[in-house]
Design a protein around this ligand. Structure first.
Ligand code: IMP
Ligand code: MG
Length: 328
């Protein structure tokens, strides 16, 4: 039995979609499992030259791998069916490959309505917070209670703990910087985005092999708090990196890489494989800066920043510096 986990370790939008898509293609998984979040997520995936943005549906469907929306997730039937339709129209085979855990919770029309003009946190307005609130207040609705979802239901205990060999890729949503406990509260999402969250979805911790932490060489954040320093360079970075929300189209606030946070998030999530994306964006910007020990550090070149990061992080992790244009 094997479980690999893919996690965002900044504030979402680290290009997890690219990494899960790549791993799904190459690692012979029996299952891909989304373990947190709802349609607030926007995973951009380039499959056979075409761009897709998924919200609920795990990346495994692109390769015909049994893909499951786990009990840690909340699901909007309305958005789910829209997404199914989009993928089917693009020729992606979903039938018999896509499942929803019976005990996942539902984002209702009322939840969506309630968030329509939310501004305090700057949420994606996808009903995520209200759905988790009602789940924990014990007045939510589970997926098994929604008849239109009937043909997608799966019992994860039976699926993962029968006599089959399981090799599962656990696909996280959002990022650890938005985790409800470890993020900058209240500017967080309403679910747990760390590695531990995967194990609440019938995944045995003893199956864990690799934790892929995904980051960018700079930071972005979308939401109500002020995150971007008032300097024109960040508008240039936003445009070069195409940093506009995949779910909402909102401009993402930008800043230099926070190495202190990165290190903390790597340690707290047992990351052993680190992907640092969008090196080409910084190359085009022509500036190499990061925060370390709460100070801004300027470096001379790409080689220098790569060495600097490598030296500061725990030495038992494998680091992959990747260009955005390597769309895999
Ligand atoms: P919510 O998850 O929609 O409640 O939003 C809470 C915070 O998380 C807001 O700052 C959102 O912009 C942010 N957020 C939620 N999902 C994502 C995501 O997939 N990428 C980036 N930010 C996200
Ligand atoms: Mg995204």
């Amino acid at each position: 039995m094997i479980a690999d986990v893919v996690l965002g370790i900044q504030h979402g939008d680290e290009a997890k979609g690219k990494v899960t898509h790549y791993l799904s293609k190459n690692k012979n998984y029996t299952h891909v499992l989304r373990f947190n979040g709802g349609c607030n997520a926007g995973h951009t995936i380039y499959h056979e030259g075409k761009k897709f943005v998924t919200h609920h549906i795990p990346a495994g469907v692109f390769y015909g791998i049994k893909s499951i929306i786990g009990p840690g997730c909340v699901i909007s039937p309305e958005h789910f069916f829209e997404e199914v339709k989009e993928l089917q129209e693009a020729g992606i085979q979903i039938h018999g490959k896509l499942f929803i855990a019976k005990n996942a919770h539902v984002i209702t029309g009322t939840h969506l309505q309630e968030e329509r003009s939310e501004t305090k946190i700057g949420t994606t307005r996808r009903g995520n917070g209200p759905a988790y609130r009602d789940k924990y207040a014990r007045k939510g609705i589970r997926a098994a209670e929604v008849s239109s979802l009937g043909s997608y239901m799966i019992d994860l205990y039976e699926e993962f703990h029968g006599d089959k060999t399981i090799k599962v890729l656990c696909e996280g949503a959002q990022g650890f910087g938005l985790d409800v406990d470890w993020g900058d509260y209240p500017y967080v999402t309403s679910s747990h985005c760390g590695v531990g969250s995967a194990f609440l979805n019938a995944v045995d911790p003893r199956w864990l092999r690799d934790v892929w932490g995904v980051a960018k060489i700079y930071e972005t954040y979308v939401g109500a708090k002020s995150f971007e320093p008032d300097e024109p360079v960040f508008q240039a970075l936003r445009d070069l990196g195409e940093e506009y929300g995949a779910t909402t189209g909102r401009p993402r606030q930008c800043n230099w890489l926070n190495l202190d946070e990165l290190k903390k998030n790597i340690v707290l999530n047992s990351v052993n494989k680190l992907v640092i994306n969008k090196m080409d964006v910084m190359r085009n910007l022509g500036q190499w800066k990061l925060y370390h020990d709460s100070s801004l550090v300027s470096l001379e070149s790409e080689d220098e920043i790569c060495n600097y990061i490598t030296m500061q992080l725990p030495n038992n992790i494998e680091i992959f510096f990747s260009d955005n244009k390597n769309r895999i």
